[in-house]
Write a protein that binds this ligand. Structure first.
Ligand SMILES: [Zn+2]
Length: 109
């Protein structure tokens, strides 16, 4: 059983806090909950060699994103415009949402 809860969701805006893309901001494209890794738009680009295919007859080198570990990214608060610590907030209707620990702005709309 995984005890900790992954706070990230698809389409979240995150800032990279470690590694070669440190300081960059991107949108989460995919989440691998088993491995605690996320795929972030334009982050951790790697060159891959591709075989010739229907789309790309020449084959060659294509650039695409590789996943980064969740500990290397932080969720951005739209209000603070800064990476933020997240806390969970329970709304009056019982819905649980994520909120910025600094300004209380809810991240889930
Ligand atoms: Zn905030």
């Amino acid at each position: 059983m995984v005890k900790h809860k992954l706070i990230f969701r698809k389409d979240d805006k995150v800032k990279v806090i470690a590694g070669k893309d440190k300081g960059k901001i991107g949108k989460i494209l995919k989440i691998d909950r088993k491995k605690d890794r996320v795929l972030v738009e334009n982050i951790n680009m790697v060159k891959r060699h591709s075989r010739p295919s229907a789309q790309n007859r020449q084959g060659g080198i294509v650039e695409s994103e590789a996943t980064v570990h969740v500990s290397n990214v932080m969720l951005m608060c739209g209000k603070c415009v800064t990476p933020t610590r997240i806390r969970f907030q329970v709304l009056e209707d019982g819905k649980k949402v994520r909120a910025c620990a600094k300004c209380n702005e809810t991240i889930d709309k």
